[in-house]
Design a protein around this ligand. Sequence first.
Ligand code: HEC
Ligand code: HEC
Length: 447
Amino acid sequence: MITARLIGTLALIAAATQLAAAPTPPPATGGANNGPAPAPMKLTPAPAPVKRTVEPDAQFAPVKKPALRPQPLFRPAMPRMNPAKPLFGDPLPGLTTAQLELFVDGKVDFEKSEDVEGGLGPIFNESSCVACHSSGATGGASPRNVTRFGRVTSAGFDGLDALGGSLLQDQAILPDAIELVPLEANLVVKRNSTPVFGLGLMEAIPDAAIIANVRKQPVDGVKGKVNMITDVVSGQTRVGRFGWKAQQTSVLAFAADAYANEMGVTNRFFPTENAPNGDAEKLAKSDFVLDPEDAPATGLADFEKVANFMKFLAPPPGVKLTPTAAAGQQLFMAAGCALCHVPSMQTGPSKDPAFDRKEVRLFSDLLLHDMGSLGDGIVQAQAGPREMRTAPLWGLRVSAPYLHDGRATTLDAAIAAHDGEAKVSRDRYLKLTPAQKKQLSEFLLSI
Ligand code: HEC
Ligand code: HEC
């Protein structure tokens, strides 16, 4: 999909003095199905005196420039919170002034739109984090899905890495670089964006507390398993807890990954650009910026700032239970939902008061469960095709649509789609009267 944003991006390239000053470039090709190519035609920077190499086309590869990543001049006002009336998007209570400053600085970057000179693309999904994380407040979920593809054979799941999988980047800074789902793919699924509220607390839950949720003997068919992940940042192997498949274990790793894979902004943990469908030549012709792009000589990289913002972001504020919601809570327990949607866990001891033995009311065991027909067919680390992470239920009232592919517009539809280990619990739900279902739903919308 080529959007108005792309046209804007192209105009930006044209406007960039450095590029405009380059010798006349070869005309951009392949814009036929994207309307008239924007003038002036300085889309592909010219070949500098490049030596002719084995690849004849490689002469059109642009000379790469260092990323231009301007820093904000001012820090926005510090957030004003009312402890009696917490809102979505508030920072955690009890942060130091220094932490609050990091929160505010990181929020700027979370909301900032990337541009080509700063390293956006060549292929990407959106140009800011907030484009996909905004419902309720900056950091929330959104109806924007991303696409994952792969090939399923008798040998198992193949993420088609060499063809640009398994995550599709559905936009490009140049029409020629656009990535498409390859014909080899026989599995194409949507992934719904998840909220990032309360991630610092989730990160601070000790591995042992999550492992303790695994049952030796299944109860109502519920067992659960952990996804052990070697963290790209720390190098340590830890219980995965972020993403629909619990495929990441640290907020920092997720931020670095999202910069590279959702926006095409490389960094020291993800230093290599994604080639469109794995095509190195297409990449060479559309990549204008030296890697790693988000790598300032001094100070924090943007992905580190954004990680601070997410770490210090408070969990969704719960609302006081009405009598109807309280009745719904009883039904939630009776139906066995809490076998997976564990109402609360605790962070470990920490020198940092904001994270020291705090209750985390996330309504998840952070384990993978075999969800039968609700599984998405994708394999990520030890998460098998049918295994999904118990979705935290906090903040449900602003996070629709629901489920990993966003297929459910109502809570009722989301619950009815449960299968596999959740079948017994789902069947109990299906037997509730309409009035009881309403009570349960009111409870879920209060969490
Ligand atoms: C094009 C949409 C899109 C953009 C842009 C995007 N995200 Fe996401 N984000 C998603 C989706 C979809 C998921 C769920 C991914 C999964 O589990 O496969 C997600 C999940 C996450 C999670 C995991 C939350 C959890 O608890 O599971 C974090 C953290 C995150 N994103 C951070 C970021 C940051 C930081 C940025 C900007 C650098 C960003 N995202 C940009 C779509 C996006
Ligand atoms: C076996 C564990 C298990 C049980 C039992 C279970 N769930 Fe879930 N639940 C999950 C998993 C895993 C997901 C994520 C599924 C997906 O989208 O792939 C989920 C997702 C959800 C969602 C959607 C959340 C979102 O953000 O999209 C809701 C709502 C929900 N469950 C409510 C319930 C209720 C109510 C019950 C009891 C009737 C229940 N669940 C029982 C594991 C369970």
